[in-house]
Design a protein around this ligand. Structure first.
Ligand code: MN
Length: 714
């Protein structure tokens, strides 16, 4: 057990301005608070917070973190309160202790590590100050170091598995290699004791054999570098048992050679010297192809920087070499913690506080590559989520603002559909209550319950919303069927036709309806007019009134509008049906050709339409056509544009404003592709002629949020 003055001295070695008085007071406070409590080992309980504080001091953390380490279990396990801590040590420390306490409570609540991924996110979400997480990791490390004192083997295994799945990955993501290795090895020993032992034994054997050789390798590397004018500290580092084990599993190999267990590390004083050292080594030894990595120019997402290479080195030994500066080395070992130490040039406490967070975010920003842990690294992201427990301890992740109804639907849609009430941490609450991180949620269900439309007002998850809507729609459908049927009966009666199910059945296909109810519902919902149905069942009814097509009312109206004007095309056989190709949307002014299509009349394409290639073999189908000079210039034609827009607020609005100002009318929009940066879309615009469209395109091209505009061809 480290003594009081030793701890203070240790802190002062790297932080001469440390708050000595508070450190001393925290030491005494925690010792008194834990009093006669003891640990599984029989040691006084206080040895644990003290051990945690020592680990934090070895990471060279600030006084507040170390004081938090000393106090971290007092609120949960003793009579001390957060108020006491705030009074004695100030708001910063009390906030940190509060954070660690909350994490501890959640840890106690969750027996299941099935949802390790969510749990890691939860831990991140709750650590709004990175120091909370560092204290928690140190706490876990100390508990792992003393794990063997716990008698219950199942409990030991559970704690070890949790460490492996949750805390080691968190340490890695924060770039704390040494902490990660230690947590993994301690867990590995517990979870897979046999494998651990066999690796350790083998390591000992190789180590004895290799001592001299390691020495000779280091000496020779040193000489090579010195002759090239580079001063370096070279060490041989034994790889951690768990990482050897992982490598054996991954590559399915045995480890036999020194090179499998040793890595050599060359620490120099500047970045240029890193590359010079690398050059000297590569000039002197052959390098093993495919193993060189430059993490200096491209750091890893957790900010790890170093040069890696593999050489056929001294004595024809294959060796792995890492080259880095002192600073890179410390960052590799201590991760975020080292960053803080390196960049604290001001002594201003408040400035320090913010720099911590800023730097963390900087570091985490580096993860914005397609790296697998990207989504787990961004602290901020998890501030948008809440994590709650089922009564069994399963963890459910939900968006912030989620309610018990969202929770119920996340568990199972059946649970959602039948939920009548909820208990939050044992207390009954309204279904619209907002959930908080760490809440335990129990849903009360009743078979008689059905989703209520009012739930839609407060749920936030898409899943809950769509289930509720679906239910509401089903209920509405009943009403629509009634209504549609009544409308049809009236329409038929009004026109003196018999309304029979047989007649309706005959036209179901035409309306794409599965059965009569389906058609009634569509009529009731206004998708089809009663009149359309009547004229389909009794085509004679059609003749009595205006001629009508089927389809929807909207399309029907358009068609009518168009047929009021003559089609302005010359060169056609009279009476032949004409329509414009949907692939190229020809406009007056475009050079066009007609293609005779059996049963369809003539289709007009632009002369440069890609589709025309497929008619190259059948020249007899081509018709030479042109636009009729018409004084009716108001007839709209549809031009189709392919537009690439920046994916940013307002760009779509911009697009429609520009088109509107230029007197074009957007008749259809379709997004064909969508990425983080861009939207690609097809925009159909009603214009007078090709010149009109060209004007619109020019205006669009001038807009900054629009990346490219061209006419869609084929
Ligand atoms: Mn603890």
């Amino acid at each position: 057990m480290i003594r009081q003055y030793e701890l203070v001295e240790l802190v002062k070695t790297y932080d001469p301005g440390a708050d000595e008085d508070s450190l001393n007071r925290a030491y005494v406070f925690a010792m008194k608070a834990h009093g006669s409590q003891s640990r599984a080992s029989g040691d006084p309980y206080f040895s644990h917070p003290l051990g945690v504080a020592e680990i934090l001091a070895r990471m060279k953390l600030d006084s507040a973190s170390i004081i938090t380490g000393l106090l971290h279990d007092t609120v949960e396990d003793t009579d001390a309160t957060l108020d006491d801590i705030e009074q004695l040590f100030g708001p910063e420390v009390s906030r940190l202790v509060d954070g660690v306490t909350k994490l501890t409570r959640i840890e106690l609540q969750s027996d299941h590590t099935r949802h390790a991924e969510n749990f890691r996110k939860l831990v991140l979400a709750m650590s709004n100050d990175i120091r909370v997480l560092l204290v928690k990791l140190a706490d876990r490390l100390h508990n792992m170091q003393t794990l063997h004192h716990i008698e219950n083997p199942e409990k030991r295994k559970r704690i070890a598995a949790e460490t492996m799945e949750i805390y080691a990955p968190l340490a890695e993501r924060m770039g704390m290699q040494r902490l990660k290795d230690e947590l993994e090895d301690l867990s590995f020993r517990e979870v897979n004791g046999d494998a651990y032992q066999s690796i350790v034994t083998r390591l000992e054997f190789l180590r004895k054999e290799g001592v001299d050789r390691t020495r000779r390798v280091i000496d020779e590397l040193n000489t090579v570098l010195k002759e090239g004018g580079i001063e370096a500290a070279i060490t041989g580092r034994e790889k951690a048992p768990y990482s050897i084990w992982r490598k054996m599993q991954r590559k399915n190999v045995e480890f036999e050679q020194l090179s499998d267990i040793m890595a050599f590390r060359i620490v120099v004083d500047s970045v240029p010297h890193c590359y010079q050292a690398l050059g000297l080594l590569h000039a002197h030894y052959s390098m093993v192809p495919g193993r060189f990595k430059d993490y200096i120019s491209t750091p890893k997402p957790n900010d790890y920087r170093s040069l890696h290479t593999c050489l056929i080195g001294p004595e024809r030994q294959r060796i792995e070499v890492q080259i880095r500066t002192v600073e890179m080395h410390d960052i590799a070992e201590y991760g975020v913690a080292a960053h803080w130490v390196y960049k604290q040039d001001e002594r201003n406490v408040e400035g320090r506080q913010y720099r911590w967070l800023r730097e963390l975010l900087d570091i985490l920003d580096h993860a914005s590559g397609p790296e697998e842990f990207l989504e787990h690294t961004k602290l901020e992201m998890f501030q948008d989520q809440v994590f709650c427990f089922t009564p069994k301890g399963d963890l459910i992740a939900l968006p912030r603002g989620a309610t018990p109804v969202d929770f119920a639907y996340a568990v199972h849609s059946q649970v959602g559909d039948t939920c009548v009430g909820a208990k939050l941490n044992g207390r009954i609450v309204p279904l619209s209550s907002v959930l908080n991180n760490g809440d335990q949620v129990e849903i009360v269900t009743s078979k008689a319950q059905t989703p209520s439309p009012t739930w839609e007002r407060f749920v936030v998850t898409g899943r809950a919303r769509s289930r509720i809507r679906r239910f509401v729609r089903q209920q509405q459908r009943g009403q629509y069927i009634e209504l549609g049927r009544a409308m049809l009966e009236r329409e038929f009666r009004h026109e003196n036709y018999d309304f029979t199910l047989k007649g309706i059945d005959g036209v179901l296909k035409k309306f794409k309806a599965d059965d009569a109810d389906d058609l009634f519902a569509a009529v009731g919902a206004g998708l089809h007019g009663a009149r359309e149905v009547l004229s389909s069942v009794y085509p004679a009814a059609k003749n009595k009134r205006k001629p009508e097509g089927v389809v929807s009312l909207l399309a029907h109206r358009r068609k009518k509008q168009k047929s009021a004007h003559a089609i302005p095309i010359t060169g056609l056989i009279p009476g032949m049906a004409v329509h414009f190709a949907g692939c190229c949307h020809p406009l007056p002014g475009d050079r066009i050709v007609g293609i005779v299509t059996t049963g369809k009349g003539v289709t007009i394409h632009t002369i440069d339409c890609d589709t025309l290639e497929s008619f190259a073999e059948t020249p007899e189908r081509w018709l030479d056509v042109g636009w009729e000079r018409s004084d009716d210039g108001n007839q709209p034609h549809v031009g189709r544009l392919h537009v690439v827009l920046s994916n940013e607020p307002g760009s779509l609005g911009n697009l429609s404003t520009i088109i509107g100002k230029a007197e074009g009318n957007i008749s259809n929009l379709k997004i064909t592709n969508r990425s983080t940066d861009f939207f690609e879309m097809l925009v159909d615009v009603e214009v007078r002629d090709v010149r009109h469209l060209t004007e619109i395109m020019a205006a669009l091209r001038a807009a900054p949020s629009i990346n490219s505009v061209e006419r869609a061809r084929g």
